[in-house]
Design a protein around this ligand. Structure first.
Ligand code: HEC
Ligand code: HEC
Length: 391
């Protein structure tokens, strides 16, 4: 895990200190209205954050979309980003945890990417990944475990594949017109980040309801929303706001006010003192502060009905079981290596406590969570595989 944080830090240094010419365009003159149109942001959602050195443009988004679906972007040509992030599943993969391109298993569940751009930090538990430009280096270059496998030894060979393909040559040139250096890792990252900023989901029944269409939710879903936002279920404290997560930031958020929440929601307690299984202790693996054991980012819940299984390790199979988990105030694992009573964890958030709920109430909250599925987003042509580029 510490590899992940240092990767982010190095990247910032590479960007600013070495000043590789990747066509950073801080002087781009673009209005908010133009950016909203380019990124297709619906009126009720804010403009996502982007760094000044990577203002989204149409050619960068086009290149990023090709790269997202491009298997040649993995060292051995077997995987693309889309292997673990499928559009029909809101860009998650349906597995408990994915396998990287060389067959190494990952410990964490693949995250849905709809509205990921609005999170104040990226991934399940990393307080250092504030921008996609930092985080994307991980799936591209990580060597333990390998995801796409662009490790130092093979990176140039992989990038040369794009220089040798005339159609990609044009896409890179259009996206980074003030640079003549061909494909570079930073350009790949900048283009992918620009494409990810178009993965905005804002047309679910819940959105239509928020926009005043009262019939968009069933009466059961309205009841579920009320419970979700009430003091018995407590969900909204951690999953509040338009992105259903208190980990939230938009383009106008003042750096001084942005919140970086992480919580232990009582999934594990292997030693009676609040430890999670050693394979993944969340924020603790970066900070080594014992109080950070089991701290994870509250996941945004958009499209959550299509991103099963749930939690950082995919250890809960259904939405109903997730809601039941919260009614019990944590999870008791009776036997096996992960045995322990999460309900009694001293590190669990005070907002996760047992409460009595009827089956009808649990069903209503599940029905509300199902209203967050955005059928337009998971089938949107502009986010689908464009096929190989051609001249
Ligand atoms: C082998 C499977 C795999 C591949 C390939 C992969 N990812 Fe991921 N992705 C994951 C997993 C697992 C996580 C959660 C990582 C964590 O929490 O440490 C994740 C997290 C993310 C996140 C953070 C989302 C959030 O809500 O914070 C983004 C963005 C992302 N991936 C984009 C990409 C892109 C772009 C590519 C291609 C360059 C890619 N991924 C390739 C499995 C994969
Ligand atoms: C104290 C903060 C907190 C509260 C209260 C809370 N959650 Fe969560 N939620 C989290 C965190 C943190 C995670 C990720 C935990 C992990 O993976 O270890 C999460 C994960 C989830 C997930 C899984 C998402 C995914 O994509 O895997 C769902 C669904 C969910 N919560 C729904 C709810 C509902 C419904 C309620 C109310 C009954 C609720 N949460 C209350 C913090 C909270």
């Amino acid at each position: 895990m510490s590899i992940r944080r240092s990767a982010g830090v190095c990247f910032a240094i590479v960007l600013f200190a070495c000043g590789e010419n990747v066509g950073e365009t801080p002087t781009i003159d673009v209005t908010e209205a133009e950016l909203r149109e380019l990124l297709r942001i619906p009126a009720h959602l804010p403009l996502p954050p982007y760094p000044d050195f990577n203002v989204p443009t149409e050619p960068k988004i086009r290149l990023g979309r090709h790269l997202f679906y491009e298997q040649r972007l993995s060292a051995n040509g077997t995987q693309s980003c889309a292997s673990c992030h499928e559009q029909a599943l809101a860009f998650s993969d349906g597995l408990q945890a994915p396998i990287g391109s060389t067959g190494q298993p990952l410990v964490r569940n693949s995250q849905g990417l709809g509205n990921a751009v609005y999170h104040s930090t990226l991934t399940w538990a990393n307080d250092g990944f504030l921008h996609l430009e930092d985080q994307l280096r991980v799936p591209l270059t990580n060597d333990n475990p390998v995801e796409l496998g662009l490790t130092d030894g093979v990176r140039d060979e992989v990038l040369a594949r794009f220089d040798e393909d005339p159609a990609y040559g044009v896409l890179f040139e259009e996206a980074f017109s003030d640079s003549s250096s061909g494909a570079t890792l930073n350009k790949v990252i900048f283009a992918l980040a620009s494409f990810l900023r178009t993965m905005v989901s804002g047309d679910s029944p819940f959105d239509r309801y928020v926009n005043g269409e009262r019939s968009a939710l069933t009466s059961q879903q309205v009841e579920g929303l009320r419970l979700f936002n009430g003091e018995k279920f407590e969900c909204f404290h951690c999953h509040g706001g338009i992105n259903l997560s208190t980990s939230f930031r938009d383009h106008d958020t003042d750096a001084g006010t942005v919140r970086f929440p992480f919580f232990n929601n009582g999934l594990y307690n292997v030693d009676g003192e609040g430890s999670y299984p050693a394979r993944d202790q969340g924020l603790y693996d970066l900070t080594l502060d014992p109080n950070d054991r089991g701290l994870f980012r509250p996941q945004g819940l958009r499209n959550v009905a299509v991103t099963a299984p749930y939690m950082h390790d995919g250890s809960i199979a259904t939405l109903r079981e997730v809601v039941v988990h919260y009614t019990r105030g944590g999870r008791n694992i009776e036997s096996g290596p992960d045995a322990g009573d999460g309900r009694l964890s001293p590190l669990k958030s005070g907002l996760v406590r047992p409460f009595a709920a009827t089956d009808a109430e649990i069903d209503a909250v599940v029905a509300f969570l199902e209203s967050l599925t955005d059928a337009t987003f998971i089938s949107a042509p502009h986010l689908a595989d464009p096929g190989p580029p051609s001249l």
